[in-house]
Ligand binder design. Structure first.
Ligand SMILES: O=C(O)CCC(=O)C(=O)O
Ligand SMILES: [Fe+2]
Length: 378
C-alpha cells in the first residue's frame, strides 16, 4: 500500500482503501480510453531536435532582415525539422537548449519540497484568478465534462508573485525565502531566453520576416505550473490531466524522469519518452491562429502510474500583442484566406473560462479546441 499512502498524503481527502480509488476520481470509460500506460512507447515518437550550435544565428538576427541565405545550414535544418514537427505533431522535444541540468534539478527539487508540505501550508497559497490568469495552489478539480477529479495537484506562479509566495510559505525564514525566489527567478529568466530562441525559429519556419521578431516575441510575464501526479493504485481509471489543448502561444514542458505525457496523433495516443535533459514543446491555440492553422495545437494528456510520483514544470509562453490576435497579412493570400476571426487574448480566455468552469468554480481546458473552432473559426 505504499502507493496508496503516498497518494492519500497529497490528495487531501483521499483515503485509498484496498487498492481502490474513490469514486470521484473514477472517470467514465469513454474519457480515459483507449488507455495507454505511462511507459508504453510505440514505434513512432515525437521528434527530438538538437538546438546546439544555433546561438550565433540568433545573436545576429537583426542584421539579417529576413535574408534566409545568410543563415547557416545547421540553423536552416533546425528550422525545417521544427516546421515539420509543428505541422505533423504540434509537439517536439529539444536538447542542447541552453538551460542547465543543474537548474532543472534545483527547480524540480523545489517543486517536490513544496508538494511534500502539509496541505494546510500549501493552502496558504490557495488558487485565485489574478487578472488574466490563475495563480496559487490548487487541485485541478472537477473536470467540466466528466465532473470528476484529476489525480494531480499544481502550483501556478509567475515571476511577479514569487516573492510574495516565498514570504507566505516561510514567513520567519529569510534564507528559505531567498532560495525560493532565487531559484524560480533564475528559471523564469532561463526559460524566457529559451522561449525567445524558439520564437525566432518559429517565425523563420513560418516564413515571417525575422526583422519583425519583436512583433512575435511572447509577452511577459509567462505563467508556470508545477504539476505533481502522485502514485495511483488504479491508474487506468483516472487521469492526471485530462485530454486538452493549451490556450497560450506555446508551452515548454519539463517532465523529469517519469513518463506520463501523451500526445494525440492521427487519433492515437503516443507516449512521450521522458528525457530529463530535454524539454517537450507544444503548439498552443495562439500559435495555431498566428500560423493560420498550419501549426496544430495538439491534444495531450497526463496519465498516472502505480509506483512513482511524477513532477512536471509547464512554462506557458504568452501570445504577443494581446489586444489583437490575428494571422499576419504576410501569411495570407487568395489561396490562404484567414481561418480565424480577430480577437483579444483577454476575450479568448474569458470565452474559455466561461465555457469550461460550468459554474463549479473549477477550470478545465478540455473544450479548448472547440472554442477555437466553434467560436473563432471564420
Ligand atoms: O504534466 C504533463 O506532462 C502535462 C502538463 C500539461 O499539459 C499542462 O500543464 O498543460
Ligand atoms: Fe497542457
Amino acid at each position: 500500500m505504499a502507493a496508496a499512502a503516498a497518494a492519500s498524503n497529497v490528495l487531501q481527502e483521499v483515503s485509498v482503501e484496498e487498492n481502490c480509488i474513490p469514486e470521484c476520481y473514477v472517470w467514465p470509460d469513454e474519457l480515459v480510453s483507449p488507455v495507454v500506460a505511462h511507459d508504453a512507447f510505440g514505434e513512432e515518437e515525437i521528434p527530438v531536435i538538437d538546438l546546439g550550435g544555433i546561438e550565433e544565428a540568433l545573436d545576429h538576427h537583426h542584421e539579417r532582415e529576413g535574408d534566409r541565405d545568410q543563415y547557416s545550414s545547421q540553423y536552416l535544418s533546425v528550422v525545417s525539422l521544427l516546421s515539420a514537427a509543428c505541422e505533423n505533431w504540434g509537439f517536439f522535444q529539444v536538447v542542447n537548449h541552453g538551460v542547465s541540468v543543474e537548474l532543472l534539478q534545483r527547480v524540480q527539487a523545489m517543486s517536490e519540497r513544496f508538494c511534500a508540505l502539509p496541505l494546510l501550508e500549501k493552502r496558504k497559497l490557495e488558487v485565485h484568478l489574478a487578472g488574466d490568469r490563475l495563480l496559487g495552489y490548487g487541485f485541478i478539480t472537477k473536470h467540466a465534462q466528466a465532473s470528476k477529479r484529476l489525480w494531480s495537484e499544481g502550483l501556478y506562479l509567475d515571476i511577479s508573485c514569487v516573492s510574495s509566495f516565498a514570504k507566505t510559505l516561510s514567513p520567519h525564514d529569510p534564507q528559505k525565502q531567498h532560495e525560493f525566489c532565487e531559484t524560480l527567478e533564475e528559471y523564469f529568466r532561463a526559460l524566457q531566453k529559451l522561449a525567445r530562441k524558439i520564437t525566432h525559429l518559429l517565425i523563420n519556419s513560418l516564413g515571417l520576416k525575422p526583422g519583425n521578431y519583436d512583433t512575435y516575441a511572447p509577452k511577459d510575464p509567462a505563467l508556470l505550473r508545477m504539476n505533481h501526479y502522485p502514485p495511483c493504485p488504479e491508474p487506468s481509471k483516472t487521469q492526471g490531466l485530462g485530454a486538452h489543448v493549451d490556450p497560450n502561444y506555446f508551452t515548454i514542458l519539463h517532465q523529469g524522469h517519469v513518463g506520463g505525457l501523451q500526445v494525440l496523433k492521427d487519433d492515437v495516443w503516443v507516449a512521450v519518452r521522458p528525457h530529463p535533459e530535454a524539454f517537450a514543446i507544444n503548439v498552443g491555440d495562439m500559435l495555431q491562429v498566428i500560423s493560420n492553422g498550419r501549426y496544430k495545437s495538439a491534444k495531450h494528456r497526463a496519465v498516472v502510474n502505480k509506483k512513482q510520483d511524477r513532477y512536471s514544470l509547464a512554462y506557458f509562453a504568452q501570445p504577443p500583442n494581446w489586444d489583437l490576435i490575428v494571422t499576419p497579412q504576410e501569411l495570407l493570400d487568395s489561396k490562404h484566406p484567414p481561418l480565424y476571426k480577430p480577437f483579444s487574448w483577454k476575450e479568448y480566455l474569458e470565452t474559455v473560462f466561461s465555457r469550461n468552469n460550468n459554474g463549479t468554480g473549477s477550470y478545465s481546458y478540455e473544450n479548448l479546441r472547440s472554442v477555437l473552432t466553434l467560436v473563432y473559426h471564420m
